[in-house]
Design a binder for this molecule. Structure first.
Ligand SMILES: NC(=O)c1ccc[n+]([C@@H]2O[C@H](COP(=O)([O-])OP(=O)(O)OC[C@H]3O[C@@H](n4cnc5c(N)ncnc54)[C@H](OP(=O)(O)O)[C@@H]3O)[C@@H](O)[C@H]2O)c1
Length: 285
């Protein structure tokens, strides 16, 4: 148990089930100085799992500036598979590109080893899709990541945006976590989650409250979620996140925010236990 309640295993460590995702730290419309207190408050509140990527613009710099030297219990997770060119995300799936991105992450995070590296596949939406020489065999990518792990540059390997078949195929490489798009209103990734349950892997949903693209349903706007939030005296975001935690004991949340108020709401999810009837109603959405 931690200040944030129960923990789950990630890369052989126990981490609080409420972590923090750094995607919002790339925002240029938010003064950088206002982001440091959010990161400090997250760690002070018990977060010891940060999810980031070098291709999230300034995110790694903000993390390093705010938190380096890092506390011993902090698990830093990054991802590789894309790059930024002229502000836009471009595919970077080839093994040499993955290695270069690991090196960039080490440099920008200011560490000699990053605890977990997620291989972000781009065979399927959301986001950019691989074409031409960016369609790379999974085994070739895993071989490069295994070599980086053997060299001590990464602690463990995770996968992101993968199918159940891809995860099953990759298991012999030693996979610690899977990060896929998954939420109450879009459970397409359920077979991948089932495989995580079967193999005791950490399950790290992104878009945990709904895909952030126009036209996609938002969990916080769902009438049943709103009703349950009102009954419990919480917010719809808290109900959507609490449902994720109740769904599998290996689920780790990485909702990010630039707001201290939203951060406090997200940390408080650790204390929310959804009544069985509410859980049933939500799960049958
Ligand atoms: N592997 C992948 O392909 C992939 C893709 C996307 C994201 N990720 C990772 O997953 C993490 C989560 O991604 P995400 O897209 O789901 O979320 P996110 O980018 O971390 O945050 C999305 C939005 O949620 C808002 N928010 C946070 N807490 C809230 C609350 N309590 N109430 C209302 N709004 C709230 C934030 O706005 P405010 O700043 O105003 O709070 C933000 O605009 C990212 O940070 C990133 O680390 C991975």
């Amino acid at each position: 148990m931690t200040a944030l309640g129960s923990t789950a295993r990630l890369a052989g460590r126990d981490v609080a089930r409420i972590g923090f995702g750094a995607l919002q730290l790339e925002r240029t419309d938010v003064p950088r100085e206002t982001l440091y207190p959010v990161l400090h408050a997250a760690l002070d509140g018990g977060v010891n799992h940060l999810d980031t990527a070098h291709f999230y613009g300034a995110a790694n710099d903000v993390i390093r500036e705010a938190l380096h030297p890092y506390p011993d219990d902090l698990v830093l997770v990054t991802k590789v598979g894309a790059n930024r060119r002229d502000g836009a995300l471009v595919a970077a799936q080839q093994p040499a590109e993955l290695r270069a991105q690991v090196e960039e992450n080490l440099a920008t995070l200011g560490v000699e080893r990053v605890d977990v590296v997620n291989l972000r596949r781009i065979d399927a939406p959301p986001g950019i899709i691989a074409e031409g020489d960016q369609i790379v065999d999974l085994d070739d990518q895993l071989a490069e990541l295994i070599s980086l792990r053997e060299q001590g540059k990464i602690g463990a390997i995770g996968l992101s945006n993968v199918s159940a078949d891809q995860l099953r195929h990759a298991l012999p490489a030693g996979i610690t976590c899977v990060q896929n798009n998954y939420n109450l209103l879009d459970r397409t990734a359920e077979p991948v989650l089932d495989l995580c349950r079967e193999h005791d892997l950490a399950w790290v949903p992104f878009f945990a409250l709904g895909a952030r693209y126009p036209g996609f349903p938002q969990v916080t706007e769902d009438p049943v979620v709103q009703e349950i939030a009102q009954d419990l005296g919480g917010t719809p975001a808290q109900v959507g996140l609490a449902w994720q935690l109740a769904n599998y004991e290996g689920t780790l949340l990485i909702q990010g925010t630039t707001s201290l108020e939203h951060l406090a709401e997200n940390l408080a999810v650790a204390k929310i236990e959804l009544p069985a009837a509410a859980l049933d109603r939500l799960s049958s959405r």
